[in-house]
Design a binder for this molecule. Structure first.
Ligand SMILES: [Zn+2]
Length: 421
């Protein structure tokens, strides 16, 4: 019941949020404040409003306990793919509207919405099942009170292979808004997550579930509930310097407490914070989880420790306060703390671990993971479907268990940068 009330409140908030938009959502059955069940209403069957069933119930409950008979042990790899936000309008991103070196960068780091859909279909067809990254390892304490990380045995349906997906930088940075990406996540009148988007050719603002990785994955899992273990989706790796999910929730420490501009800034920021809360709540309800990508997207391999400390505190204050605490840290630029987190445990690594991080994720050519023996922490690499690997002949093999890059890459829309396969 609690969940239903929370949901109804979230929907009411969302309805208010939607007003200024020319929503193209399927929204005639608006749930507004009048439909919100009153907490003190006498619970007679006639008076109880019928809540719209949550379509994700079917996802969460798809696999029953007695179907999870395959033990995936600590020595078996849990594969991990990571993506950046997907390119919504590749015809714009890869046009003369964007400079050639920006195009090269976006080609290197991103996949398009259509490529992302093809990748999802392929990993699903190859038998992968999404698992919650937080379920892969856990911390144990031995008889001497020493804590270490351990790889858990996952119980899966027969024939399935576990897969973690992470999404980096789902902050809707200003540069992305100008280069052919969607603009923010919103909660639609139907209670589902949509992306607000501004068509770069027409300037028209609308809602889409077709051009943004979050609703694309949501819908893929709704259509293929066997692709998710216990409702798991993906994990967001969030920075904080331009807020989160398209909401400018960040503080500006250059505006002093007694600055005349402070009250207006605080009011605006607070409105953004209130607006993103129902999005976060719905994402949590539907299997999404959250990790840190540092507040300022800083290099952990070269920054001074004091600067990393300030950044870490700021992430906790401005992002962790909204999404909740996390023990997962995704390195910006793949930069490993102290330059080498695998063979050494330097001061930066020790500090980050002391702040609660236990799972440290970098980027590599396979889903390597290493449990550290001198401190409670695990390091893991992720593969990165993007232009660099889709075009690369060597990477064809590294990724063939997930997809055939030659069938994924959209060479008609990407710039003419060649391939080595
Ligand atoms: Zn990043």
């Amino acid at each position: 019941m609690n969940g239903m009330f929370r949901r109804a409140a979230a929907l009411a908030l969302a309805a208010a949020l939607m007003l200024p938009l020319a929503a193209c959502g399927k929204g005639s059955d608006t749930v507004g404040p009048n439909n919100t069940p009153a907490a003190d209403a006498t619970p007679t069957p006639e008076a109880t409003p019928t809540p719209t069933p949550d379509p994700y119930d079917a996802v969460r409950n798809y696999w029953s306990e007695d179907q999870l008979t395959q033990a995936w042990g600590p020595d078996q790899v849990v594969e991990h793919l990571f993506f950046h936000p997907v390119i919504a309008y590749p015809e714009y991103t890869f046009s003369s509207a964007i400079s050639a070196d920006r195009q090269k960068g976006l080609d290197d780091w991103m996949v398009t919405a259509d490529e992302f859909k093809k990748i999802l279909q392929s990993v699903y067809d190859k038998g992968y099942i999404l698992v919650n990254m937080g379920d892969v390892w856990s911390e144990v304490t031995d008889e001497n009170g020493v804590t270490r990380m351990q790889r858990n045995t996952l119980m899966l349906p027969e024939g399935k292979k576990p897969l973690v997906i992470s999404f980096d930088d789902v902050n809707y940075y200003q540069y992305m808004l100008e280069e052919g990406f969607t603009s923010k996540l919103v909660l639609g009148e139907d209670g589902q997550i949509w992306a607000e988007t501004k068509d770069p050719f027409t300037g028209e603002v609308s809602l889409t579930q077709d051009l943004d990785a979050t609703p694309i994955l949501d819908n893929f899992v709704l259509e293929h509930p066997d692709f998710s273990l216990n409702g798991a989706k993906a994990i967001y790796s969030l920075t904080g310097y331009e807020g989160i999910f398209g909401y400018r929730t960040q503080n500006d420490i250059d505006i002093a407490a007694d600055d005349p501009a402070r009250p207006a800034f605080d009011a605006k920021r607070q409105a953004e914070i209130e607006a993103v809360k129902p999005i976060i709540e719905r994402l949590k309800e539907t299997g999404w989880t959250f990790g840190s990508h540092t507040w300022g997207h800083i290099r952990l391999d070269s920054r001074p420790l004091e600067s990393i400390q300030r950044d870490t505190v700021r992430w906790a204050e401005e992002v962790g306060s909204l999404v909740g605490p996390t023990n997962i840290l995704f390195y910006p630029h793949g930069g490993r703390p102290d330059g080498d987190d695998w063979h050494t445990t330097g001061p930066v690594f020790q500090y980050l671990q002391s702040q609660g991080f236990r799972i440290f994720a970098s980027v590599g050519i396979n889903s390597f993971s290493h449990i550290k023996s001198d401190i409670s922490a695990v390091i893991c690499d992720r593969l990165h479907p993007d232009g660099t690997t889709l075009r690369n002949g060597k990477a064809l093999k590294w990724y063939e268990q997930f997809y055939d890059a030659r069938e994924i890459i959209d060479l008609d829309v990407r710039p003419d940068l060649g391939t080595t396969w």
